[in-house]
Design a protein around this ligand. Structure first.
Ligand code: GDP
Length: 363
């Protein structure tokens, strides 16, 4: 699961991305199998449940869940018709599961705004328009082919034509596709087209140093807009975050205190992105490590096992599961078992947020 960071020029994207890549050098050691490209950053998803579990296992290591964020450069007005880096960014956005748009909410006369004025809602409008135009092109290109196949009597192609026309009508009303009501079958077809405005979005309000909680009029206008569309807004001061990220642990604490933050805003951003992507965590726990693993809401037990290793999914037999409440009450896995509270679940089990698991599988 990946989220792509987009934004107009000069809104603080690179600054935010620097903060991400600075704070990842220690973390990436935890993800040796995950290659990280220069335009990618890893951000931890802090979760207080990890500390609760670790209290009972005293593990050597605690490993939080992490998200990969991809820096997608090049969106400017006219990008969908080839301005700036043009269509290049489109293929990058197609590959991500959600979009994080950085929106400038800081005033600084030394930093030029591409439209000459700091206006969060207008910035969003510019980008959304480019994405909608790109989607229209994609749909136009697909319609002809689907119509030809449909004429030969192909039932699936007929369904595709209907979905394409539904999407086109929606875009013609200047509505992004993420707000469209779709049944499961239609959703599957839409997913197949890799449409950009169908992806969930969240906004990072890049705020002034003196408005870290994001209460100023610019952020409020952004919040008002986002509320109407059901999107989340995370206030982040990219400038301060990049300074925080460069500090060692002790200095970091001191700096956070001095600016009145309980934790880096990147942590809040990671949690919001997790929610936007429809993700949840389950845990594995032992003396060696206590670790959070990321799965989509609704994942089955074998799919969850597959996140640890693909062989775990293929050879899945069953899973032993308990919750944090049981751990707090009985303190030890053996006591949870004795009390009959350790559940055995099979292939059909739908994972619940916060499950603590032991997978049993055929090698
Ligand atoms: P990008 O073009 O979106 O990648 O923007 P940059 O990250 O290069 O930032 C553009 C300019 O804005 C740089 O001079 C940054 O130092 C400045 N900048 C970025 N974030 C902030 C912020 O939160 N507050 C202020 N005052 N300046 C910022």
């Amino acid at each position: 699961m990946e989220a792509g960071i987009v934004g107009l020029p000069n809104v603080g994207k690179s600054t935010l991305f620097n903060a991400l890549t600075c704070s990842q050098s220690a973390q990436s050691a935890n993800y040796p199998f995950c290659t990280i490209e220069p335009n990618e950053g890893i951000v931890n998803v802090p979760d207080s449940r990890l500390e609760t579990i670790a209290h009972y296992f005293q593990p050597q290591k605690i490993i939080p869940a992490a998200l990969k964020l991809v820096d997608i450069a090049g969106i400017v007005k006219g990008a969908s018709v080839g301005e700036g880096l043009g269509n290049k960014f489109l293929s990058h956005i197609r590959e991500v599961d959600a979009i994080i748009q950085v929106v400038r909410c800081f005033e600084d006369e030394d930093v030029t705004h591409v439209s000459g004025k700091v206006d969060p809602v207008s910035d969003i409008d510019i980008i959304e328009t480019e994405l909608m135009l790109a989607d229209m092109q994609t749909l136009d290109n697909s319609l002809g082919k689907a119509q030809r196949t449909a004429r030969s009597g192909d039932a699936d192609a007929k369904k595709r034509v209907a979905v394409i026309e539904k999407c086109q009508a929606h875009l013609n009303d200047e509505q992004p596709l993420r707000k469209m009501a779709l049944n499961k079958e239609e959703q599957k077809i839409v997913n197949g087209f890799g449409l950009l405005t169908a992806k969930p979005v969240l906004y990072v309000a890049n705020v002034d140093e003196d408005d870290l909680s994001g209460e100023g009029p610019l952020v409020m206008s952004l919040r008002e807009f986002a509320d109407k569309t059901g999107a989340q807004v995370v206030p982040v001061c990219a400038k301060i975050e990049s300074e925080i990220a460069e500090l060692d642990e002790n200095d970091r604490k001191e700096m956070l205190e001095s600016v009145g933050l309980a934790e880096p805003s990147l942590a809040m951003l990671a949690r919001a992105a997790y929610q936007t992507l429809g993700l949840q965590s389950y845990f594995t726990a032992g003396e060696k490590e206590v670790r959070a693993w990321t799965i989509p809401i609704g994942a089955t037990a074998p799919q969850a096992a597959g996140v640890i290793h693909t062989d775990f999914e293929k050879g899945f037999i069953r899973v032993e599961v308990y919750g944090i409440d049981e751990l707090v009450e009985y303190e030890k896995e053996s006591a949870i078992k004795q009390a009959g509270k350790m559940r055995i679940e099979g292939k059909e089990y739908i994972m619940q947020d916060g499950d603590i698991c032991h997978f049993l599988f055929n090698k």
